[in-house]
Design a protein around this ligand. Structure first.
Ligand code: ASP
Ligand code: MG
Length: 384
């Protein structure tokens, strides 16, 4: 039977036992006949593993926090305490090898990071079974998801689509697939870069010809700005694929910048949904909805300017509209100047990026709020 829907859950949506239970309920209640589930590592785990890999190169092995984090999840979910022992043992012997050598072989960091997603796929699959949803954990690299050998930022090889499809069709129940992980043509494990699970989910959706890809997050959807910077930031209800990709490419951390290409290629409908408000509309990506007005603001902190030394700068990009529309940058610049923001540099726009400026980190909040008030405040909001 074909797969209609891919549901991807990010690390923040899987942060602890109750969060995993909530996700399992969503799979049961909104998954339709037989969804494919793609998971990230539990929140904070990838960073923890990265630190472990680095510590090992200094000769230190300290996997206790990692073990305690996952044991805690097993306990909260009342799952078998021994479930992950095999992986703990593998990871410890890998770290011991690195510590002995005091350096990482090419691709070994990817191997260490892979334990995050391997664990979460097992935990989610077993938690699903507990509520009566037959589920099977599946490592994407075993499904045949293949990439180039660019460890840490590997890019998928299109040939792997058929293999992935065939492998998924063999899996009983709901496949719970590891995000972020793949292998190269030599069989070495690779990772797809930060937020790579979004890309995995889109590749899987393309491979099986799913109608829908749902990216479930612990935020309400794609937003006009980071709500941590702008309290009145709003959810963008409809967004073109191009503008969503531009927001990601300019630094919006909600999405892997290349995740949308497979979905667009395969005509898969994409929706961002909020695990805490599953009935809210979230953000729908829509192939035909590029607007003439800006859609949102993306920020890149600790932005390194070519040739400049490490000043504390941030890049602020106004996404949407065409940079050929000179009225947009003029309005943005006027708003920044009224707010008293001193510009470090103005950069030319790009496709679907109408304006980009570099500001001092200390001015970042003021700059983003000024641009947001100019283009996205409730009274100036234009419905496309
Ligand atoms: N676990 C990886 C990360 O933290 C991949 C992902 O979350 O999508 O970036
Ligand atoms: Mg993530």
């Amino acid at each position: 039977m074909a797969f209609e829907k891919v549901m991807k859950f990010g690390g923040a949506a899987l942060a602890d036992g109750p969060a995993v239970e909530r996700v399992c309920g969503l799979v049961r209640d909104f998954g339709g006949d037989r969804p494919i589930v793609v998971v990230s590592a539990h929140q904070g785990v990838t960073a923890m593993l990265d630190a472990l890999a680095r510590a090992a190169t200094q000769g230190a092995i300290d996997s206790d926090r990692f073990r305690i984090r996952h044991r805690g999840l097993l306990r909260q979910l009342a799952l078998d305490a021994e479930l992950l022992n095999r992986y703990f043992a593998e990871l410890v012997s890998l770290l011991a090898e690195i510590a002995r050598r005091q350096r990482l072989l090419p691709g070994e960091r990817d191997l260490v990071l892979s334990y995050g997603e391997r664990m979460s796929a097992r935990i989610v699959a077993h938690a699903l079974k507990k509520i009566g949803v037959p589920a099977t954990p599946a490592d994407a690299f075993d499904l045949g998801l293949t990439t180039d050998s660019n460890h840490g930022a590997a890019r998928p090889l299109p040939e792997s689509r058929l293999a992935v499809r065939a492998a998924l069709l063999e899996i009983p129940g709901v496949p719970v697939v590891t995000g972020f992980l793949a292998k190269d043509l030599h069989g070495n494990l690779t990772t797809l870069g930060r937020n790579g699970s979004d890309l995995t989910a889109a590749l899987v959706a393309e491979a099986v010809g799913a109608a829908e890809l749902e990216l479930w997050k612990a935020v309400p959807g794609m937003m006009t700005a980071d709500p941590a910077l702008v309290p009145d930031a709003r959810v963008i209800e409809r967004l073109s694929f191009e503008d969503a990709a531009a927001l990601a490419a300019q630094g919006a951390e909600i999405l892997h910048p290349e995740a949308l290409a497979p979905a667009l290629r395969a005509g898969v409908a994409v929706r961002f949904l909020d695990v805490r408000a599953p009935r809210s509309a979230g953000t729908v990506l829509d192939a035909g909805s590029a607007t003439a007005a800006p859609v949102g603001i993306a920020v890149r902190r600790r932005f390194q300017r070519a040739g400049a030394d490490a000043e504390e700068c941030a890049l602020v990009a106004l996404v949407g509209a065409s940079h050929a529309d000179l009225a947009v940058p003029a309005r943005a610049l006027a708003a920044l100047s009224r707010a008293g923001v001193q510009l470090v540099e103005t950069l030319v726009g790009e496709d679907r990026v109408s304006h980009r400026v570099v500001v001092h980190e200390r001015d970042l909040e003021r700059a983003v709020r000024a641009i947001h008030a100019e283009f996205f405040a409730a009274e100036s909001a234009r419905v496309p």
